[in-house]
Design a protein around this ligand. Sequence first.
Ligand code: SF4
Length: 226
Amino acid sequence: MKIGGVIPLSLVDYLQRPAVVIFTSGCNLRCPFCHNRELVEGRESVDHKQVLAFLEKRAGKLGAVCISGGEPTVQEDLEEFICEIKSLGYRVKLDTNGSRPKFLKRLLAHLDYVALDIKSSPCRYRAATGGKLAFDTAAESAEIIKESGVAYELRTTAVPGLVAIEDLAFIARRLGPVQRYAVQMFRPAKTLNPALEKAETYPADWFAKAKKALEGQAKEVLLRGI
Ligand code: SF4
């Protein structure tokens, strides 16, 4: 496992549960709005055995681990890593970009919660992923997660120019009904494409419209960061 960093305690990464967050190093996409350049470029810095030793020490005090990235599913030994964490008694959440649906299907047997990024609608998917992923692959991951019975959310970062209300309405029709959909405020800071650092963010009333566009197809709509 290549690990780029660890947050020992987070209250926002696993549905308000106290959780350890592990950031894996390396990603197969190049989303222009990404804030995690160091992780995307795979500059690993933490020994995974040290991370497991830390989790062993905290077992029983913290109940959950969130594995985020980078993109965790590019790590071929991710399944073994998740099983080691589960054997310590933790609940495990996975954050993924949905680019490896077959691998994801195998992982679901061990997971308690999955957050899947849906970057935009089909016509903007390549632009939103740096030319690396098509909507249909992420949609296949969404279907696999929905069929698995594992708790999940789909989530979209609202980047002006890459995500409009019409894109969310399309996603809702194409992937709904879903348990939970989160729309996240884009923060224009330290982005992979520096041009986006000058981008405007959407105002609060845009998020109200986003909620409306998703409500018919999502049991719960969360607005994050506004
Ligand atoms: S935002 Fe895109 S490039 Fe950045 S870590 Fe996530 S999937 Fe990779």
